[in-house]
Design a protein around this ligand. Structure first.
Ligand code: FES
Length: 120
């Protein structure tokens, strides 16, 4: 399903390895929580659902990175994800991945361009 592009936030709101911005996408007419973070200069967005159990990753709103700022971490059981691929490298769902969403940065704003994204 293609969503019309929409603005999630200003690019300046996303700090490298810092707080993420929460938003939602519609799936089957229902709002599903999602988030976007900045890593290696790029914006990366995912559904806010752990691959282990589909709970939100952040207990403290917007805190998706671990203390190193290099990995995303689920606060429930500690699943650790690569920020740019959503691939789980450690924890109970190792080998699985977050559901990625397509985003683009245009003229200082972060846009949701598609509600699903495939990683080959
Ligand atoms: S719910 Fe995320 S690691 Fe278990």
């Amino acid at each position: 399903m293609v969503d019309p592009a929409r603005v999630i936030c200003d690019s300046s709101a996303l700090i490298e390895g810092g707080k993420g911005m929460r938003f939602s996408v519609l799936r089957d007419g229902k709002p599903i929580p999602a988030f976007v973070i900045r890593y290696n200069g790029g914006a990366h967005a995912y559904l806010n659902q752990c691959a282990h159990i589909p709970v939100e990753l952040d207990w403290i709103e917007g805190e998706f990175f671990d203390s190193s700022g290099l990995y995303l971490i689920c606060t429930t059981h500690g699943a650790t994800y690569e920020p740019d691929s959503g691939h789980c490298i450690m924890g109970p769902c190792k080998g699985q991945r977050l559901t990625a969403l397509e985003v683009a940065e245009i003229d200082g704003k972060v846009y949701l361009t598609h509600s699903e994204k495939n990683h080959g």
